[in-house]
Design a binder for this molecule. Sequence first.
Ligand code: MRU
Length: 350
Amino acid sequence: MDIKTIEWKKNKIKIIDQTRLPDRLEYIYLDNIKDLRKAIRILSVRGAPALGAAGGLGVYLGIKDFKGKKKEFNRRLRDVALYLASSRPTARNLSWGIDRACNAALKNMHLNIDGIKLIALRESLAVIKDDIKASRSIGRYGASLIKDKDSILTICNAGILATVDYGTALGVLYRAKEEGRRFRVYICETRPLLQGTRLTAWELKKKGIEATVICDNTAASLFKDNKINKVISGADRIALNGDTANKIGTYNLAILSRYHNIPFYIAAPLSTFDFSLTSGEGILIEERNPQEVRTLLFKIRVAPLGVKVFNPSFDITRHELISAIITDKGIIRPPYGRNIRKYYVNQRSG
Ligand code: MRU
C-alpha cells in the first residue's frame, strides 16, 4: 500500500491527517511546533512509533529557524523537547524520538549552530528509517505465530498508520498473509475515537485481509462462542517486568484471553520499552477530553449536557496476562523480568 504516515518533505513534516479517515486520505504539512503539537493532541498523527518519528522531526522543526547564541540555542532545544513531549505522555516512543534528536544535538555542541541543526535532522531521519526496519522485523518474527484458519482479535490501530510503515500488530498479520497463511480478523471498534473502525478496518480492507468490526462490548461473547483463538495488540509503553500500556480496553481483552485460555500477544519495537520503569505502576495514563465520550466524533451529542465523564486513553495489562511480546529483536516470553533485561543489556552493548 503506497501511503506514508509521516515523512520529511519540502522542509516540513508531511502527515496523513488521520482524523479524516476513512472518508478522505488527506495529507497535511506542518512547519511549526505549535501546529505539530495540535496535530498530535487531536490524533491527526498517532500510534506510538509514528509519534516517535513526529517527536524527532519536531525537534528539528523547533530549532531550524533559531538565530542567536549557543546558550540560548541550548535553552530552545530543551524548551522544544518539553513542549512536544507533554503533548501525549503515555506513548514511550514520543519522548524516545525527541530524546534521540536532542541527545544527538547535545553531543555535538562543539559544532556551529547550523552544524548542530543538521545533526538533529539527520538523527530524526534515522529514527524514521529505524522504525521502518523495526516494523518489518516484528512482522517477520510474529508471522511464525499465525496459523492457517486463525481467527484473531485486535484493538485500536497498530498498523501502517500507527508507525512510519507496515505496523506492529498488523505488520505481523501482513507478513503472515504474504507468507500465504489464510486467517480472519475481528477488530474492536475502539471507542471513543474509533481507531479500530476507522483506521484498522480501512488498512485491512486495502490489504485484502478478511476483517469484521465489532462493538467493544461484543468481545466477551465472541470468546465464549469460540470465534477467537488469538489476540494481538500494539503497545504504547512497556515496563521492565512486561507490564504494558495500550489503548483502553486492551486489559479487558487480556483478561478474557486468560479466562478462555487463548494466547494474548503484544507486538512492539524495543523503542516502546521504558527501561527506567520496573513495573506498569509508574506509567502515566493520559486522560482525554470528555467531549470524546459525550459525542460521536464531536459531531453528534449523545450524553446529557454536562454529564461527568472519565476518559483514560490507555490501560495497563499486567505481564502475567501476556503470552509473549513480539519485538524487532525477537519474541520475548516469560519470565519477562529476566528476559527483557537481556534485550536491554544487548541493546546497550550493541
Ligand atoms: O490513542 P492512539 O490512537 O495513539 O493509541 C494507539 C494505540 O493504543 C496503539 O495500539 C499503540 O500506539 C501501538 S501502535 C503500533
